[in-house]
Write a protein that binds this ligand. Structure first.
Ligand SMILES: O=C(O)CCC(=O)C(=O)O
Ligand SMILES: [Fe+2]
Length: 366
């Protein structure tokens, strides 16, 4: 076992030592069943789970992997010139890690070299993150979204709005010891992650539990495994959390608003999507509303002196939340028209759903 893994193990075994202070450290559920079971068992109650053997039919499981590790030579050959974002896991940048852009082949060279040298602790840990692989290589169909995660308004929206040139479908690749700091996902969305190869350790906190970890200024810890945070973490009573090991071929479902920190325990390649649908759209709206209220408060002193104060609020909302509710166009739609539109959409969808050929689901497949 390499030194870094030993270190990580020591950190986590410290959590176990103080376990008596923590009232709930329940196990993750392993899900196997139909969509209805997943809907009622996990989406609606907003509970995490693991689904096994997801990659059995995936092409990337064969061509991106060699033995138990990444097939770096293949990946370099095929994607060498792609531009990717790489995080230096030892350098903090605000609440995230310092990131740079590089060609994939540079990252591949670094990774191969690190493996060859047997992962010396003196070497920085670089982590390729948030690679919009599907967008960059639309012809390369190397995986299929598992049916449990297929109702995804967020990515459907971006797929239909090509001019926005964006999506929330990512590939992550990193050697053992790379990690992602404690955070909650963008828009309070769900996320799912599937390991093509390797193993991840997840620390998951149910919504609101993170508040127990805040310091006197209301700041959340950057790294839960950092020694002082560990002490803080285990000293506090009643903190609910889960530690989950996600193996190769496993999908993990991360519900809305669950803070998490993630460690790659071995060389890992994963596919990670953020997604939203009717089950968590209310949570997304709530967090958007909170961000909007904060933005308005932040620049409230300029409200009377600025002509375009509302536009500025929307601009700020876009930059801090990642989305706003400014409708672009020449006209302002009336509330009556919007309400009528929604009512009509509901009415026509109900008619559509009761149409015999639709009811029998002859034409509906995922
Ligand atoms: O795998 C990682 O390092 C982080 C993934 C993550 O935060 C997510 O999928 O929500
Ligand atoms: Fe995340």
């Amino acid at each position: 076992m390499c030194d870094l893994n030993k270190l990580i193990d020591i950190y986590f075994s410290d959590i176990n030592i103080s376990e008596s202070n923590i009232t709930e450290k329940d196990e993750i559920k392993y899900f196997k069943g139909n969509y209805n079971d997943f809907f009622h068992g996990f989406l609606i109650p907003n509970q995490p789970c693991i689904i096994q053997n997801v990659t059995d039919q995936w092409k990337c499981k064969d061509v991106w992997v060699c033995g138990k590790g990444p097939n770096i030579a293949y990946l370099r050959e095929r994607y060498g010139d792609a531009l990717v974002t790489v995080a230096d896991c030892s350098q903090r940048y605000f609440n995230s890690q310092l990131k740079t852009y590089t060609k994939f082949k540079e990252f591949a060279d670094y990774w191969e070299n690190l493996i060859e040298k047997n992962y010396p602790l003196s070497e920085t840990r670089l982590y390729l993150k948030d690679w919009h692989f599907v967008k960059d290589f639309p012809e390369d169909i190397v995986f299929k979204v598992p049916p449990e995660f297929s109702c995804d308004w967020l990515n459907e929206y971006f797929t239909s709005q090509k001019h926005l040139n964006d999506d929330y479908k990512f590939v992550y690749m990193g050697p053992k010891g790379t990690w992602t700091p404690f955070h909650v996902d963008v828009f309070t969305s769900y996320s799912w992650s599937v390991n093509i190869c390797g193993e991840k350790k997840w620390i998951l906190l149910p919504p609101e539990e993170e508040n127990k970890l805040k310091d006197q200024f209301g700041n959340l810890p950057y790294d839960l495994t950092h020694l002082e945070n560990l002490i803080h973490f285990s000293d506090k009573q009643n903190i609910k959390f889960k530690i989950v090991i996600q193996k190769a071929g496993d999908a993990i479902f991360i519900p809305s608003g669950w803070y998490h920190e993630v460690w790659n325990m071995s060389d890992t390649i994963s596919i990670n999507h953020n997604w939203v649908n009717a089950c968590n759209i209310d949570k997304m709206w709530l967090s958007m509303k909170i961000s909007f209220e904060e933005v308005k408060k932040e620049i409230s002193q300029f409200k009377n002196s600025m002509d375009d104060w509302e536009d500025h609020c929307q601009l700020l909302l876009q930059s801090c939340f990642g989305m706003n509710f400014k409708v672009h166009g020449n006209w302002i739609l009336s509330i009556n028209q919007l309400q009528y539109d929604l009512m009509k959409v509901e009415e026509i969808l109900n008619i559509f759903l009761s149409y015999p050929d639709v009811k029998s689901r002859k034409f509906l497949s995922i």
